[in-house]
Design a protein around this ligand. Structure first.
Ligand SMILES: [Fe+2]
Length: 304
C-alpha cells in the first residue's frame, strides 16, 4: 500500500496512511516519511501497535536516541531510551498528587521543545498512545518556521544573532516546582542555543525557544525575558497551532527543531494515561553551532 498524506492544518501537520511502523521501514518509505517530516513538521499515524522494542527500532531508524532525564523515582520501562509519558508510578498505580515525578511532568504542559535544555537537543520525537483518558490530554503543536516568517523585518534583524540560555530548572521554576537537589542541578547545567536556526531538512529559518529558554545571553535578564515572552506569545497564536486529540494506537512524530508542543490537562488523579516516546538527537544543527560544540566538549571533559 503506497504512503498517502493529508494535510491537517493550513500551515503544517499531516496525517500519514499506508505505513505499519511496527515493521522494518524500507528505503523508499523512509524517504517519504523524511520528506513529510521536513515539510509538515508534525505527522500523525493512526492504528499502530508497537511494543517498546519496535518503538526503539523505529527511533533508531531516524537517528541516535538520547535517554530522557534520569528521575529519582526510577525507571519503570525496560529501556532507558524509551520515555515513560504516563501518570503511573513504579507500583503501576496512579501517581499521588504530591508525587515528585508528577510535579516535574506538569512542566510538559508549558510550550516547549524536547531536550532544548541539553547541549545536544532533540530532533524528532515519536510518541505512541497506549491508554488515553476519555477527555482532555490533547497535545498542541506550534509551527516555529511559520512564526519566524511572520515576524516583521525589524524583529528578524533583532532576533537573528541572539542566543538563549536554556535550563530545565527555568521551566519547572515557572510553575513553582524547585525541589531539585544540588546534584540534580549540576547534572544539567545551563546551555546556549541560537534563537534562530536554519532547519536542516528544509533550509527554512525557524525560531527556537520554549519554556526552558530562561533569558538571552548578553542581555539584561528582564529585557531578555520580556523578548522571549513576546516571541512565545507570537509563536503560539492560534493561527500557528495544531491540536492533536489522541486515540489508542496513534503515533505522532514531530520535529523539535521547528515546533513547540504542550500537553493539555486531564483528570490525572483518576484517569490513566500511558504513552511511550523516543527522541532522536539533533546532531545536524549542532554542527553549525561552534559555541554549543565547545560546551559539549567541556562537559565531556568534566564527565571524564
Ligand atoms: Fe515534550
Amino acid at each position: 500500500m503506497p504512503v498517502s498524506i493529508k494535510q491537517l492544518h493550513p500551515l503544517f501537520a499531516a496525517e500519514v496512511d499506508g505505513v505499519d511502523l511496527a515493521r522494518p521501514i524500507d528505503e523508499a518509505t523512509h524517504r517519504a516519511l523524511d520528506d513529510a517530516i521536513n515539510r509538515y513538521s508534525v505527522i500523525v499515524f493512526h492504528g499502530q501497535k508497537l511494543d517498546d522494542d519496535q518503538l526503539l527500532a523505529l527511533g533508531r531508524r531516524f537517528g541516535s536516541l538520547a535517554p530522557p532525564r534520569k528521575l529519582r523515582s526510577g525507571q519503570r520501562l525496560k529501556y532507558a531510551e524509551v520515555a515513560d509519558i504516563s501518570n503511573v508510578n513504579m507500583q503501576n498505580e496512579l501517581r499521588r498528587r504530591d508525587d515528585h515525578r508528577r510535579l516535574d511532568a506538569l512542566g510538559n504542559q508549558l510550550w516547549h521543545s524536547d531536550a532544548s535544555f541539553r547541549p545536544v537537543s532533540g530532533a524528532l520525537s515519536m510518541l505512541h498512545a497506549l491508554i488515553i483518558p476519555p477527555t482532555g490530554g490533547d497535545t498542541e503543536f506550534a509551527d516555529l518556521r511559520a512564526a519566524y516568517d511572520a515576524l516583521d523585518d525589524e524583529m528578524k534583524t533583532t532576533v537573528d544573532p541572539l542566543s538563549a540560555v536554556h535550563t530545565i530548572f527555568h521551566s519547572r521554576g515557572q510553575l513553582g516546582h524547585a525541589d531539585y537537589t544540588e546534584a540534580e542541578r549540576q547534572a544539567l547545567p545551563d546551555v546556549r542555543h541560537p534563537m534562530v536556526r536554519v532547519h536542516p531538512g528544509s533550509k527554512r529559518r525557524t525560531l527556537y525557544l520554549g519554556s526552558h529558554a530562561s533569558h538571552i545571553a548578553g542581555w539584561p535578564m528582564p529585557e531578555g525575558r520580556l523578548l522571549i515572552r513576546d516571541l512565545m506569545e507570537h509563536a503560539t497564536e492560534r493561527r500557528f497551532v495544531f491540536t492533536h486529540k489522541w486515540a489508542v494506537g496513534d503515533l505522532v512524530v514531530w520535529d523539535n527543531r521547528c515546533t513547540l508542543h504542550r500537553g493539555r490537562r486531564y483528570d490525572d488523579a483518576n484517569q490513566r494515561r500511558e504513552l511511550r516516546r523516543v527522541t532522536t538527537q539533533d546532531l545536524e544543527t549542532i554542527n553549525d553551532n561552534p559555541e554549543v560544540l565547545a560546551a559539549l566538549v567541556a562537559l565531556e571533559a568534566v564527565a571524564g
